[in-house]
Design a protein around this ligand. Sequence first.
Ligand code: NAP
Length: 301
Amino acid sequence: MKIALSGIGKIARDQHIPALEASEDWELAATISRSGQVEGVEHFTDLGAFLEARPDIEVISFCQPPVPRYALARQALEAGRHVMLEKPPGATLAEVHDLARLAGERGRTLYTTWHSRMAAGVSVAKDWLATREVTGGRIDWIEDVKQWHPGQDWVFEPGGLGVFDPGINALSILTEILPRPVFLTEATLEVPENRQTPIAAQLQFTQGIEARFDWREAGPPTWNMEIETAEGSVKLIRGGSRVEIAGEAVETGPHAEYPALYERMAELVLHGTQDVDLAPMVLVADAMSLGRRESVAAFEW
Ligand code: NAP
């Protein structure tokens, strides 16, 4: 199937383009971007012009940050296209509900992707936890914003989520692997005095699970999660690319998050269905709603 990629920035180049080039399901037939192009692929700078010129390309994958993405996704659905969204699927929950309603009315696919759920260890952890009672857990999602989002001011603007931009990846895994739903009970948000969104957060959830997200750590990132049960714990390491059960490493399939997302999108389009899950975003919205704010040192790149 032909697909267009909209928003040719960091994640489009790092992951989407290589995944599409390697895919047997998809042909990258056009790009839509104000700033970037892919050699040998037809290029548009404006979504409206693309929709007019290429009615044969029925699927569009949007790779913008959350705030500018909604209006574009709506325009695409109104023009009868299937839509795939980077995470987080929107700047607000209501706008994603609006897109899902519109997709349903038009009989189009909307896929709110969560790439971290495709990490190799996630399904292993989910299967192991399925028959067990969770007694506690700990998430550490710690990295250097200067390394992972160099100069991307949108992460510190309203709707950019701050440290929840990576943190929501952990929450997408958590909400996938737990056998019972989890919700937030307490949060502390550390917001630089010159910015709008948190640079660090401490979160407490039901089922005895706590999390620390921090963007101020230079050096290699820590993306780990350990969920405890009476029969030992399952540990997801390096964003879920490795998994240990009761201290023993477990073999997994290959680690290929974005190829798996595009495989899933192909299935959804072929079967005419949607995949819209807002559970990770609900936890972030609740942290923003309930969290105690602390003003911390100004942040500059
Ligand atoms: P980015 O490079 O800063 O921006 C991606 C593209 O979005 C830009 O090329 C630009 O599109 C468009 N854009 C940016 N700001 C815009 C604005 N204010 N108005 C309209 N368009 C705007 O961002 P990114 O790092 O790729 O992240 C994009 C999304 O992917 C985010 O939701 C992020 O959470 C997710 N993601 C990022 C990473 C990562 O490592 N960076 C990893 C996984 C997921 P044009 O092409 O039109 O110029």
